[in-house]
Design a protein around this ligand. Structure first.
Ligand SMILES: NC(=O)c1ccc[n+]([C@@H]2O[C@H](COP(=O)([O-])OP(=O)(O)OC[C@H]3O[C@@H](n4cnc5c(N)ncnc54)[C@H](OP(=O)(O)O)[C@@H]3O)[C@@H](O)[C@H]2O)c1
Length: 256
């Protein structure tokens, strides 16, 4: 099996890094020539990676083929490209539903949608995908945690949470900077914040629905600092601000 990439930018680079990480023999990977810096860099770093002559060469030689194109590059990249009837084509284009991408893919190909994270390079992070398929799931599991979803609607809602990554980092930056303003060494404040966030996020990775409310309850002991912090954050519209950000992204994804 040769794994193909059409569109070799930031997310393709992270996925290839994840696929090539670790010991042992690697499956061959063929990447499209654009963007040249990333595709040539991957081929120079990893013996398993080769740069194809063009996009059709990727479609001819590979199964599956990942589409890692910007939305406005999909038409020019795929027009006139022939896929095979049984070939798996996996779109990572975050703002395009399967039907829309399917307009530019030979309709006979088996088309999937997946949402990898930049953390694919470290083989971590949830990857929403659909439709469910055991082989695609095994492949995605090599650079993250596959999460099968019911369809584009469910995918889009989860994709909006991914759209909050910069906001989450922004919050970590804000609280670390506040601590630094209070005299804490800046690097120590950032390491402390990251370590705390990693630990508390880890507590919520497994469990039943409602786990976050239970964890918040447990942390917010009566009269304690956590209860005070949550109350102040809510009173100042912190939760509404998060919901508003989610709604604005969702409106864009659903064309509203
Ligand atoms: N970055 C993320 O964290 C992330 C996560 C999940 C999904 N995605 C999705 O992945 C897609 C790509 O995002 P990205 O961040 O990787 O963007 P990017 O770094 O800009 O990479 C896009 C690549 O597509 C190439 N390209 C454009 N037109 C092409 C064509 N006609 N034929 C072949 N290649 C072409 C570009 O080449 P040139 O440089 O030569 O123009 C560039 O290398 C987006 O649709 C995004 O929604 C991104």
């Amino acid at each position: 099996m040769t794994i193909g990439f059409i569109g070799t930018g930031r997310i393709a680079e992270a996925m290839v890094e994840g696929l090539c990480a670790g010991e042992g023999p690697k499956e061959p990977i063929l990447v499209s020539p654009r963007g040249a810096v990333v595709s040539r860099g991957l081929a120079a770093r990893f013996a398993a990676v080769e740069v194809a002559a063009d996009n059709q060469a990727v479609a001819d030689a590979c199964d599956p083929v990942f589409l890692c194109l910007p939305p406005d590059g999909v038409e020019s990249a795929l027009i006139g490209i022939s896929f095979r009837p049984d070939q798996r084509v996996i779109s990572t284009i975050g703002t395009m539903g399967l039907e829309e991408v399917g307009r530019w893919v030979n309709p006979k190909a088996r088309l999937f949608r997946a949402g990898p994270q930049p953390t694919a390079a470290r083989r971590s992070g949830p990857i929403a995908y659909h439709p469910a398929d055991p082989e695609v799931e095994n492949l995605l599991a090599r650079f993250g945690t596959p999460v099968p979803v019911a369809g584009d609607a469910e995918f889009s809602a989860l994709w909006c949470i991914v759209g909050l990554i910069a906001t989450f980092y922004g919050q970590m930056e804000e609280v670390s900077r506040w601590a630094a303003d209070e005299g804490v060494d800046a690097a120590r404040a950032e390491t402390f914040t990251a370590s705390l966030v990693a630990a508390i996020a880890g507590d919520g990775v497994e469990g039943e629905a409602g786990r976050f409310a239970a964890l918040a309850d447990r942390a917010a002991t009566l009269g304690g600092l956590n209860a005070q912090g949550l109350r102040a954050f809510r009173a100042d519209g912190g939760m509404e601000a998060l919901r508003d950000a989610l709604e604005s992204m969702h409106a864009r994804l659903s064309g509203r």
